[in-house]
Design a protein around this ligand. Structure first.
Ligand SMILES: [Zn+2]
Length: 323
């Protein structure tokens, strides 16, 4: 796998902030040593869960019941867990495929529940987990799923956009424009809207570092992040007009076609957003799927609409970017 993209701008921040766990590989080494010295973690059969994960799964089960989503069967996955949120909730992920094998050359990272009040994406990731667990083999692909990036927001009695410390995790990535613009824009454009507070410093939040470390460790060649309710498919990454963006462009168009022509929109990036950090600065094709709404009764419809699209993206290998 060739991924020169992790050794540039973000690496300074990666080195400074993303110490440890989800990413045991030094990013400067990562581009020449793609096999991370870490245990592969196929999601099946499920391993014994820690008490912390069991507790979390129980809480999640209550939320699923509240939303009439059935049993998440959370205890049937082999979760990886290193880092906790500021409130002590596990930030966990599951992997499908062996990161030490050739399958890792086609790795997709799927992130859901970045904004906890956007509840439909959380169920979407659980539908994806179930699909991956039951209907697929992973000799030629790897999938890393973090189904609930910001659990404290989602698990509240009334879910919120921001995390347990009141930070919008999708404005907290250490992008180059963060220092100059993140807080300024929050004050001037968003009039101190608490829902969009980017934090006091970039990369200050556990949930941000969690996502950065997943990218650093698994070196995905595409990222799919699921939000709601903007009703669009957005792309950030290598220019779609350049040769290096050809595969990314085809994938974007196919994803739209396979979801009944879902609208492709070039939504702007923000200081501290994932699309800015992973897509623009680290050149990893990053697809933001904005579901139509957060209505808990429509999740089956959304999975039916986008299942083929997301599985197509997972199945298809992305050519490495050419710089
Ligand atoms: Zn969102």
């Amino acid at each position: 796998m060739h991924l020169p993209t992790l050794a540039f701008a973000g690496s300074l921040f990666l080195t400074a902030l993303a110490v440890a766990e989800e990413a045991p590989v030094n990013p400067q080494v990562a581009s020449v040593a793609p096999t991370a010295p870490v245990a592969a973690a196929p999601a099946s059969p499920a391993k014994e869960l820690s008490p912390a994960i069991k507790k979390y799964c129980a809480e999640l089960g209550k939320k699923f019941h509240e939303y009439r989503w059935g049993d998440p069967k959370c205890d049937q996955y082999s979760w990886e867990h290193i880092r906790n949120s500021s409130l002590g909730t596990p930030l966990m992920w599951a992997t499908f495929g062996d990161e030490k094998s050739e399958a890792a050359a086609n790795t997709t990272l799927v992130l859901c529940g970045v904004h906890g009040d956007e509840i439909t994406p959380v169920k979407f990731c659980w539908d994806l987990l179930h699909e991956l667990k039951t209907n697929h083999t992973f000799t030629d692909k790897m999938v890393v799923v973090a189904p609930l990036v910001t659990p404290d927001s989602f698990l509240k009695a009334v879910p919120s956009r921001t995390n347990g410390r009141g930070v919008d995790v999708n404005r907290n990535f250490p992008t180059r424009d963060w220092q100059a613009h993140a807080l300024k824009r929050w004050r001037d454009t968003y009039k101190n809207d608490k829902r969009k507070f980017p934090g006091h410093t970039p990369g200050s939040e556990q949930e941000t570092v969690f996502q950065m470390n997943l990218i650093k460790r698994y070196k995905p060649n595409k990222v799919i992040t699921v939000h709601a309710p903007l009703t669009l498919l957005d792309y950030d990454g290598p220019s779609l007009k350049a040769e290096s963006g050809t595969t990314a462009k085809i994938l974007l168009e196919q994803m739209s076609q396979k979801s009944s022509g879902y609208k492709i929109s070039n939504y702007p990036i923000f200081p501290g957003s994932l699309g800015n950090w992973a897509g623009k600065e680290n050149h990893i094709p990053t697809y933001t799927l904005e579901l139509p709404n957060s209505n808990n009764f429509e999740t089956d419809k959304f999975w039916a609409l986008f299942k083929e699209s997301v599985m197509y993206a997972i199945d298809n290998r992305m050519k490495p970017p050419v710089d």
